[in-house]
Design a binder for this molecule. Structure first.
Ligand code: HEC
Length: 170
């Protein structure tokens, strides 16, 4: 009796798993052409981003074998499509509208990116603290904008101090 129940249980699970494979979602593993990469500040930045970000944020996704098997395929496909929509190193300039540098740094510092769920199967994306800070300064230099803004702010503060200095002199 118990054996029979177990057997039925296994058959139901196996059947469910096979049915999942019939769902067409997540099968379309296309890599669209690389249209426009950022102007990388140096090759090391690109290499680090390739290791930690490219699978979800470029058109050069490496689709692993298990990305063909539901339900993992659904997850991998969804994260890749959503990731590309937010930030795509192969279609640079779309999406974050000049906020790329700041956003990327924030995500890395907060440990949100690369997505933690991605790391067990991708140890190469697990960056050491040194690699992280290299990537962060490289991404800032590559994306431009924010670093310059901060420089601008610094100059502004200097200017205010000068004004104050003059006022004190009077
Ligand atoms: C496993 C897939 C995956 C990897 C690897 C990955 N990302 Fe993401 N990323 C996503 C997804 C999905 C989103 C959109 C949903 C979200 O914000 O969580 C996203 C969003 C982002 C955003 C936009 C956040 C916002 O809310 O505007 C930035 C910036 C970002 N990622 C940077 C990076 C950087 C930098 C790396 C590499 C260090 C990286 N990501 C690695 C999947 C990934």
């Amino acid at each position: 009796m118990i054996k029979k129940i177990l057997l039925i249980g296994i058959l139901v699970i196996a059947g469910g798993f096979l049915l999942m494979q019939l769902v067409p979602y997540g099968r379309n593993h296309t890599n669209p052409p690389v249209v426009n990469e950022p102007n990388w500040d140096n090759p090391e930045t690109r290499a680090l981003a390739e290791r930690a970000c490219f699978d979800c944020h470029s058109n050069e996704t490496v689709w692993p074998w298990y990305s063909n098997i539901a339900p993992i395929s659904w997850l991998v496909y969804h994260d890749t499509m959503e990731g590309r929509e937010y930030l795509n190193f192969s279609e640079w300039g779309k999406g974050l509208e000049g906020e790329e540098g700041e956003e990327m740094v924030e995500q890395i510092k907060q440990g949100e990116m690369p997505m933690p769920i991605y790391l067990p199967m991708h140890p190469e994306a697990q960056l050491t603290p040194a690699e992280k800070s290299t990537l962060i300064s490289g991404l800032l230099a590559t994306a431009g904008g924010s670093e310059h803004e901060r420089e601008g702010e610094a100059h502004e503060n200097e200017a205010h101090e000068d004004e104050r200095g003059e006022a004190d002199g009077d």
